[in-house]
Design a protein around this ligand. Structure first.
Ligand code: MF3
Ligand code: CO
Length: 260
């Protein structure tokens, strides 16, 4: 079911989203060569808890048979697309492309966002992949307003990325968010006619999140039961914001992190 949030709920989500963006900015700033992923996770967890929020990914289960997610922030390095773990003794290296994805409960409502960091001297290919992924998200956002079709978002994202030859991850999507971590509707980053048409309405809260690779779109899951990697081991990037649809456009629930 696609939910519509009240003005009061949207206000709370925006308060939470602002905090989440600040916490993500702190994690991004700490994502430097030599940083341990556990340390990044600690910064995320402490930032959220200090602001009276609750990590929404920690212990999250996609379905009852899945293992609970063990971290506060998903840290997905290089060919890892999303849902990477803050594994002990894992160290960030110069040149890594690091996806940081974070979610929080605040005043009973969930928000969700992600950014990709090029650590130190990343290759120009890696930097462009991240910039183009973020740009596709901006173009997807630009079509949003009450009365527009959800698939116009998908088409805007795909229309920018596909001609550049990128792989657009197809097995994972953006989603509604707020009363739970993942709500309807699914928001694919590509369009096919089989996708059910959904008309956008003011008050819908959506997490839009292009996941893009330098190679093929196919992904595999690692043995840890969580981390998705590109099947061809190509580099991947991920950007995500939560927004609320309005009559004339959209408003950010999670503002862009600092220095973006
Ligand atoms: N932002 C991620 C997504 O929408 C949230 C993952 S929840 C986790 O898929 F627990 F799996 F990390
Ligand atoms: Co999400």
């Amino acid at each position: 079911m696609i939910t519509i949030k009240t003005a009061e709920e949207i206000e709370k989500m925006k308060q939470g989203g602002k905090i989440l963006s600040q916490v993500l900015s702190q994690v991004m700033a700490a994502c430097v060569p030599g940083a341990h992923t556990e340390e990044l996770d600690r910064i995320a967890r402490e930032g959220i808890v200090k602001a009276n929020g609750k990590p929404s990914f920690l212990h999250y289960q996609i379905s009852d048979v899945d293992p609970p997610y063990p971290s506060t922030v998903c840290i997905s390095i290089n060919e890892e697309v999303v849902h990477g773990l803050a594994t002990p003794n894992r160290v960030i290296k110069e040149g890594d492309l690091v996806g940081l994805d974070i979610g929080m409960w605040y005043e009973g409502l969930a928000t969700d966002m992600a950014a990709t960091v090029c650590v130190g001297k990343a290759t120009s290919e890696a930097r462009e992949l991240s910039q183009d992924t973020r740009e596709s998200l901006k173009l997807g956002l630009a079509v949003i307003k009450e009365g527009a079709w959800l698939h116009e978002i998908s088409q805007a994202i795909e229309g920018y990325l596909a001609p550049k030859g990128y792989g657009i991850i197809r097995d994972l999507c953006g989603h509604g968010v707020g009363y739970s971590v993942h709500e309807d509707p699914q928001i694919p980053n590509y369009h096919e006619r089989r996708h059910k048409p959904v008309k956008l309405k003011a008050g819908m809260c959506l997490a839009i999140e292009p996941m893009v690779s330098l190679g093929d779109w196919r992904i595999k899951q690692k043995d840890d039961g969580w981390t998705y990697v590109t099947a061809d081991k190509s580099l991947a990037a991920h950007w995500e914001v939560t927004i609320v649809v309005t009559k004339s456009g959209f408003e950010f629930v999670t503002p862009w992190p600092d220095k973006v």
